[in-house]
Design a binder for this molecule. Structure first.
Ligand SMILES: *Cc1c(COP(=O)(O)O)cnc(C)c1O
Length: 353
């Protein structure tokens, strides 16, 4: 970072291209475009696959709100479909049932770092002539059953580098891509629509300021070098939690890796047993100095989405049941065994109460 500061080229400099190249290599994707946030990446990826005013995009209601908001930026409509109760990812059958003549794309989210069922979703997309954009903002380090990394399937896949993600640049994001023409479009649109081969002020299309500074890219390059270590540290903490939380009746832990899929650990989210007041558990944990959060709330039941689209309870029962019981526990790479044990003890007591 000091090197960048001393160089005087703080943006659109050599660290940008270097970060993109190294990130693409890490995921084994042909191309990558760095952007100012995961949300910005989702916006540009949706534009790159041709999502426009009036289109529909089938997506998960169990996600961080950014994945649905990005669809609205283009005046397209996020059409939600329910999730799988085990993986908590978009259920391919439900997604297919939500497709209409206006559907342009499917936007699966690899929630909590667990790979969505891409083979099934890709088969649907191919049959129906739809594009796919992957929200991989929580899934750096995740792998599909065939051994490929999440983000390497050729669909635009978007990663986020906010402070809580596996890799951070403070704020930032990356879109991995299979097609060079899509990279060119995204590179132009993140920079006010500036043509890549023309002078400063010739802007031949609409664009945005979604650039990632070279200072941030330098940070990202160093973080990338430590990625394996950081992922392993998160996996270690997850393993400790799994052990410490066994035998609490009705408590649901993050699903184990199945059929060759590998989770890239991002958060440790449990669902409290049916009949237990999740918000009371949050308060009990807080009284012992332990932060936790209801995570995630269902997007379609947020006030803005209710008001805009008239969503109601009962539309996506699996998502709503999971969202009502979900609890994110303290989770960070340096977490000690003693800290995990203490959280587990207090949680056990709170649930038993
Ligand atoms: C973090 C996140 C985003 C957005 O990333 P930002 O960098 O904060 O814009 C989008 N989708 C999901 C699922 C996320 O977790």
């Amino acid at each position: 970072m000091l090197e960048v500061l001393r160089s005087g080229q703080l943006s659109l400099g050599p660290k940008l291209a270097e970060f993109e190249r190294l990130f693409a290599a890490r995921v084994a994707a042909p191309h990558a475009s760095a952007v100012s946030s995961g949300t910005a990446g989702l916006h540009l990826a949706l534009r790159a696959v041709g999502v426009e005013d009036g289109d529909e995009v089938v997506t998960s209601p169990f996600s961080f709100v950014a994945s649905a908001n990005a669809v609205l930026y283009e005046r397209a409509r996020p059409v939600f479909a329910d999730i799988d109760p085990v993986t908590l990812n978009l259920d391919p059958q439900a997604a297919e049932a939500a497709i209409t003549s206006r559907t342009k794309a499917i936007l699966p989210v690899h929630i909590f770092g667990y790979p969505a069922d891409m083979p099934a979703l890709e088969a649907i997309a191919q049959r129906q002539g739809l594009a796919i954009v992957e929200d991989a903002c929580e899934a750096l380090g995740a792998k599909h059953a065939d051994g490929t990394a999440v983000g390497a399937r050729g669909n635009p896949a978007v990663f986020g580098f906010y402070a809580n993600k596996q890799l951070t640049t403070g704020e930032g994001g990356m879109v991995t891509l299979g097609e060079k023409t899509m990279k060119e479009r995204i590179d132009s649109e993140r920079n006010q629509g500036r043509a890549l081969d023309m002078g400063w002020l010739d802007h031949d299309r609409l664009g945005f300021n979604y650039r990632l500074s070279d200072i941030a890219c330098a940070l990202g390059i160093v973080q990338l070098g430590r990625l394996e270590e950081m992922l392993a540290a998160r996996a270690r903490v997850a393993g400790l939690y799994r052990e410490a939380l066994t035998g609490i009746e009705g408590l649901e832990l993050p699903c184990a890796d199945e059929g060759g899929n590998v989770r890239g650990w991002f958060v440790f989210v449990v669902q409290v047993p049916h009949g237990v007041d999740r918000d009371a558990v949050v308060r009990t944990l807080a009284a012992s100095g332990i932060q936790s959060k209801p995570y995630l709330p269902a997007i379609h039941l947020m006030s803005f989405y209710r008001a805009r689209f008239g969503h109601r309870e009962g539309e996506f029962p699996v998502c709503e049941d999971i969202a009502a019981r979900s609890l994110a526990l303290p989770f960070f790479p340096e977490m000690s065994e003693g800290q995990v044990t203490r959280v587990a003890q207090v949680l056990r007591g709170a649930i038993g109460r």
